[in-house]
Write a protein that binds this ligand. Structure first.
Ligand code: AQP
Length: 338
C-alpha cells in the first residue's frame, strides 16, 4: 500500500532517531534510546542525528547550544555509535528538515498537535507559548520521513510523537499518492521510561532541573553512588516490582535489571532490604557506564575529529533527505527549479 524504499540497502531496515542537545545526557537517554541505537547499527541502515533545531524550542544560550551540539555528538560516539556503521549528523546541517516540516505542517491539524501530552506538560502555566513548541512534533515527523525510516528506536515518552508521524504520513499519502514511508516506533521492554530518582512520578529529563534525581552518563562513580543511595523509595519495606504503588523502588529494580540483562521482578526476588538493592544498583550502573566514560575521555583528546565525522554524516544524510524532499515537493505541486 505504501511506497517501497529506493535506496542502496534494500535488504536492511532503515532506522532513524535523534536526540536534543538540550543538556547533559542521562541514564534515561542511554537506556531508553542510545544503547539500542548502538545495537541497531550495522544490521540496519541507521541514521542518528543531534536535533539542534528542536533545542531552539527551549531558552538556550546560542554559545551553549553550539557547545552542547558538539558534546552530544561526542557522547554518542563514546556510547558506541560508529560512523562506519551508521550515519551520524547534525539536523540543521541538512536543510531539508525545515523544508519538509513546512509541507507536513500543511498536512497536520491543530487538534492533533493540541492533544500532544508533551505540549500540554511543557506549556502548563505559560502565558505566552512559542509556535515552535506547538509544531515541533511535525518537525520530528519530517526528521523521520525524510529518511524513509521503517523503524524509530525511542524511549516510551516518544510513543505519541511517532504515532503522530504515522498519522501525518498516512494522510499525506492519501492526498498526494504513495510518497512517504510510514514509520513504526521501537520501544525497549526494560528501560523505556527511566524515572527521576527524586521524583519517581516523572521521567528523568535533560531540561527539567533535578540534579540529585538525574544520573548523567558522565557522572563519576562516587556521584552515581550518592544519587542512588539518596533515591526516594517508600516506607513499607517490601522489595517488590510494582511501578504504580512503589514507583521509586521499581525504578531502581528496573535500572538494576537493565544493567544486568534481567527482568525487574526477577531482580526483586533476590532482595529483602532496600539498602542492599541500592548498593548493587549503584555498582551495576558504575560498571555499565565505565567503558563509555573511558571512550569519552579518549575522544575528547582529539577534538578535531568530530566535526569531520559530522560533515561526512551530513553529506550522506543530505543525499537521502534531498531525494525524499524532492519527491514530496513534486507530489504537492511545487514547480521544481529548472
Ligand atoms: N527518562 C527517560 N527514559 C527513557 N528514555 C528516555 N528518553 C529521554 N528521557 C528518557 C529518550 O531519549 C531520546 C532522546 O530524547 P530527548 O532528547 O527528548 O531527551 P530528554 O532527556 O527527554 O530531553 P529534554 O530536553 O528534557 O526533552 P523533553 O523536554 O522532551 O523531556 C528519546 O528517544 C527519548 O525517548
Amino acid at each position: 500500500m505504501f511506497p517501497t524504499r529506493a535506496y542502496d540497502c534494500p535488504l536492511m531496515a532503515r532506522v532513524l532517531s535523534g536526540i536534543q542537545p538540550s543538556g547533559d545526557l542521562h541514564l534515561g537517554n542511554y537506556l531508553g534510546a542510545i544503547r539500542n541505537w548502538v545495537e541497531d547499527q550495522g544490521d540496519n541502515d541507521a541514521f542518528y542525528c543531534v536535533v539542534d533545531l528542536h533545542a531552539l524550542t527551549l531558552d538556550i544560550d546560542p554559545a551553549e547550544l553550539r557547545a552542547r551540539t558538539y558534546d552530544t555528538a561526542l557522547d554518542l560516539l563514546a556510547a558506541g555509535l560508529d560512523p562506519d556503521r551508521c550515519t551520524l549528523f547534525v539536523q540543521s546541517h541538512v536543510v531539508q528538515h525545515s523544508q519538509m516540516a513546512w509541507l507536513l505542517e500543511c498536512t497536520a491539524t491543530m487538534g492533533e498537535l493540541q492533544r500532544m501530552t508533551q505540549f500540554k506538560e511543557k506549556t502548563a502555566g505559560q502565558e505566552s507559548i512559542r509556535v515552535g513548541l506547538f509544531i515541533y512534533p511535525v518537525l520530528q515527523t519530517a526528521d523521520i520521513v525524510l529518511y524513509d525510516a521503517d523503524r524509530v528506536p525511542v524511549g516510551d515518552d516518544q510513543r505519541q510523537h511517532v504515532e503522530l508521524a504515522r498519522d501525518v504520513a498516512i494522510r499525506f499519502n492519501r492526498r498526494f499518492g504513495d510518497v512517504l514511508v510510514v514509520p513504526t516506533a521501537t520501544i525497549p521492554t526494560t528501560g523505556a521510561r527511566v524515572m527521576d530518582l527524586q521524583h519517581p512520578e516523572r521521567k528523568m529529563s535533560k531540561s527539567v532541573s533535578s540534579p540529585l534525581g538525574t544520573i548523567l552518563i558522565l557522572d563519576d562513580p562516587a556521584e552515581i553512588t550518592r544519587k542512588v543511595k539518596k533515591a526516594v523509595t517508600d516506607t513499607d519495606g517490601e522489595v517488590r516490582y510494582d511501578p504504580e504503588h512503589k514507583p521509586g523502588l521499581s525504578n531502581l529494580l528496573e535500572l538494576l535489571a537493565v544493567a544486568t540483562g534481567r527482568k525487574p521482578a526477577e531482580v526483586a526476588a533476590g532482595y529483602t532490604r532496600y539498602g542492599d538493592l541500592k548498593t548493587d544498583t549503584a555498582e551495576a550502573l558504575v560498571e555499565l557506564l565505565r567503558p563509555l566514560q573511558a571512550r569519552r575521555a579518549e575522544l575528547a583528546a582529539d577534538p578535531g575529529a568530530v566535526p569531520a565525522l559530522l560533515a561526512r554524516g551530513a553529506a550522506k544524510a543530505r543525499e537521502v533527505a534531498a531525494a525524499t524532499y524532492d519527491r514530496a515537493a513534486e507530489a504537492v505541486g511545487l514547480l521544481g527549479p529548472a
